[in-house]
Ligand binder design. Structure first.
Ligand code: C5P
Length: 224
């Protein structure tokens, strides 16, 4: 059997988009496929972690061996994450909607001849920043993602500080890259001591390499 360096560790992974209702039939969402987050859940499980995957709607099968908590809105994602604590590891790979509609309608909005409605937006909770807050329940290792177009490492380094997480996986989503929805990803792993550039590889390979780095963080090689 493969070694299980993360046996006994609890991991929380967020994945997919969030879906924010406008009214009972309409919503605001985004193009996240969930491929990277689901692959990370599966890779952590393969190394022996007990994994809870909190995910927005995707077309992906549930990763084997993981507890899957399906949610729609950012607020539901935050509540599901908080109820999955305590955890040793949190990886926030979800594309959480930054805004939701303020005062969503409980009836379908009508074309009443008065012209299109205007939607007022309000800010969603930041799940990564919330999980990163220091306190007794904070996971020992909190990992976020940063999708940037240009100055990827600089922006992601600033984001790491702003969010208060331990590591950031930064990827370039400039036009011409196929990160969103595609199979491959080109990432940089940003930790307190600097950035590591990884070659372009499949999202499964990024997940496996990230899970290995997490396992090494918890079981550092003993000094000679
Ligand atoms: O601020 P930005 O959206 O670029 O940050 C991306 C990182 O923050 C990702 O890890 C994402 O999962 C997380 N995030 C979150 N909750 C939000 C917004 C982003 O967990 N409301």
């Amino acid at each position: 059997d493969a070694p299980k360096p993360l046996a006994g560790k609890r991991a929380l992974v967020t994945s997919g988009p969030t879906v924010e209702p406008i009214d009972p039939v309409r919503y605001i969402a985004n193009r996240s496929s969930g491929k990277q987050g689901h692959a990370i859940a599966e890779a952590l499980r393969r190394l022996g972690a007990e994994v809870t995957l909190v995910t927005g709607p995707t077309r992906l099968p549930d990763p084997p061996g993981c507890t899957v908590r399906p949610i729609e809105t950012a607020r539901e994602m935050l509540a599901a994450c908080e109820s999955a604590l305590p955890a040793d590891i949190a990886v926030c790979a979800a594309a959480v909607a930054d805004w939701r509609v303020a005062g969503e309608s409980d009836r379908k909005l009508k074309k009443d001849g008065g012209g299109p409605p205007s939607l007022a937006l309000t800010e969603n909770p930041d799940i990564l920043a919330t999980l990163s807050q220091t306190g007794p329940g904070r996971p020992a290792l909190v990992v976020g993602f940063a999708a940037e177009t240009g100055n990827v490492v600089d922006y992601a380094t600033a984001k790491r500080a702003r969010k208060g997480c331990d590591w950031i996986v930064a990827n370039d989503v400039s036009p011409g890259t196929t990160t969103f929805g595609g199979a491959d990803n080109t990432v940089h792993l940003i930790r307190a001591d600097g950035a590591e550039d990884w070659p372009t590889m499949g999202k499964d390979a990024v997940a496996a390499r990230l899970a290995e780095a997490i396992a090494r963080h918890f079981n550092p090689p003993s000094p000679p």
